[in-house]
Design a protein around this ligand. Structure first.
Ligand code: ATP
Ligand code: MG
Length: 405
């Protein structure tokens, strides 16, 4: 059994010692059966949130009303432990009006979204699989637990989760699940943008991206995502790009903005409609501007100096993914940066203060002008970053521009 499950077993044993049932559930069981790397480990138990809190010395209440308590082990690992529950009625196509704690594992598994996610595993790795999830995993299909349209009308997010899982796992959608999404796609309107953004990013990073995007478009779900209606062609184009290589959220959104051929002023509107943090918006705009410059002038000392190493590497990665730069290697960007004589004005050994001294304290716009020119002369290797050389260069500059100082 995977090392990550070992401490989870201790949690299960403690719950059992107190007369309760407890199992591994959800993504970690699915991924284990598939031989994939597992993410976080969830445990389902018959114990109530209050009992869970009483059994373990270190817990965090992250939603006791929904039955979820985080248990922190002696080795500081966190496990989500959730009381067996079923969901009450859904009136907003997203959240149950109430959750009802129950005593049976099967009832808990029944409320879960897809058969592959409704499998439990006990501490001896025995699989409990009332909805034949393992069979669906082997067939590589995503199938709702119960009737698709019923499950999507309860919680519309499940439609987008289905397509996102298809992209991550390269699974197809079972016929009723697919048709259910086509039928109920409008209900995605009831899902918050933040949740859509999370699912969209996971979909875009999926190993089966091409297929995931095809499903997004053929189900018609894309039309209920911010500003993607009518963008079928561009979305399908994305499917041929190796987005899995992208490291940062801002890189993903740069690729998307680029493929959608957005004008600069439209980019901000687009990103805001996905409610992305301002910091990401800013990075995307910086990437796009840098990419534009590089396409015009190619990578050079000045571009990496102005953008900095991190931004340059991100924009370079995006350009590679988009197939815009076949020649430049990551190594070349690193080299250009490493060879820079200075990294900011602060590194110049002759500063504004020195200039003022030279000009007997006379201030003026000329100081920033001369520093900007000096900065570029240094970057392009026209002068050494050395005091005597810089002083001479300043005299020459003042003469050339006919200044008094
Ligand atoms: P991931 O690898 O993305 O974490 P996961 O399957 O673990 O995938 P989570 O969002 O972590 O997904 O949810 C854990 C489990 O909770 C799921 O496997 C599923 O059983 C259940 N679940 C999550 N969201 C829903 C939902 N909207 N409707 C029904 N069941 C859900
Ligand atoms: Mg999970």
């Amino acid at each position: 059994m995977n090392i990550a499950f070992r401490q989870g077993i201790e949690i299960i044993e403690r719950l059992e010692a107190n007369g309760h049932e407890a199992y591994f559930v959800g993504g970690s069981v699915r991924d284990t059966l598939m031989g994939r790397e597992i993410g976080d480990i969830d445990i389902a138990t018959s114990a109530t949130p209050e009992e869970i809190q009483a059994f373990f010395p270190k817990t965090v209440d992250v939603g006791a009303e929904h039955g979820t308590i985080i248990v922190i082990t002696s080795e500081q690992e966190s496990y989500e432990v959730t009381t067996f529950r079923t969901d009450g009625k859904y009136t907003d196509n997203r959240h149950p009006d109430e959750v009802i704690f129950v005593k049976s594992l099967e009832e808990d598994l029944k409320r879960r979204d897809f058969t592959m996610n409704a499998i439990a595993m006990n501490k001896h790795s025995k699989i409990l699989d009332p909805f034949d999830g393992e069979k669906d995993i082997n067939r590589k299909v995503i199938r709702t637990v119960g009737k698709a349209t019923d499950r999507f009308r309860e919680d519309a997010l499940r439609m987008f989760r289905a397509v996102r899982f298809a992209s991550q796992l390269s699974f197809s959608l079972e016929a009723d699940t697919f048709l259910g999404i086509q039928e109920d796609k409008e209900l995605l309107e009831n899902v918050s943008i933040e949740r859509k953004t999370i699912e969209m990013e996971k979909l875009l990073l999926g190993q089966g991206l091409k297929f995931g995007l095809e499903l997004l478009v053929t189900t018609g779900l894309h039309a209920f995502l911010p500003k993607l209606e009518g963008k079928e062609k561009q979305l399908l184009e994305l499917g041929d790009m190796p987005l899995q290589h992208l490291k940062n959220r801002s890189a993903i959104w740069t690729v998307l903005s680029y493929v959608l051929k957005l004008e600069m002023h439209e980019v901000e509107v687009f990103l805001t409609s996905w409610k992305l943090p301002k910091k990401i918006n800013k990075s995307v705009l910086e990437n796009l501007l840098l990419m534009e410059q590089v396409q015009q002038f190619s990578w050079n000392k000045e571009s990496v100096y102005r953008a900095g190493l991190e931004r340059s590497l991100e924009a370079h990665q995006v350009m590679c993914v988009l197939g815009l730069d076949e020649e430049t290697s990551k190594k070349k960007i690193n080299e250009l940066y490493d060879k820079l004589p200075i990294y900011s004005l602060k590194d110049i050994v002759f500063n504004g203060h020195d200039l003022m001294e030279l000009a007997s304290g006379k201030r003026g716009k000329w100081i920033s002008e001369i520093l900007a020119d000096m900065e570029m002369a240094l970057i392009h290797g026209e002068i050494e970053n050395e005091r005597a050389a810089l002083k001479e260069w300043v005299y020459n500059w003042l003469q050339k521009y006919d200044r008094d100082y």
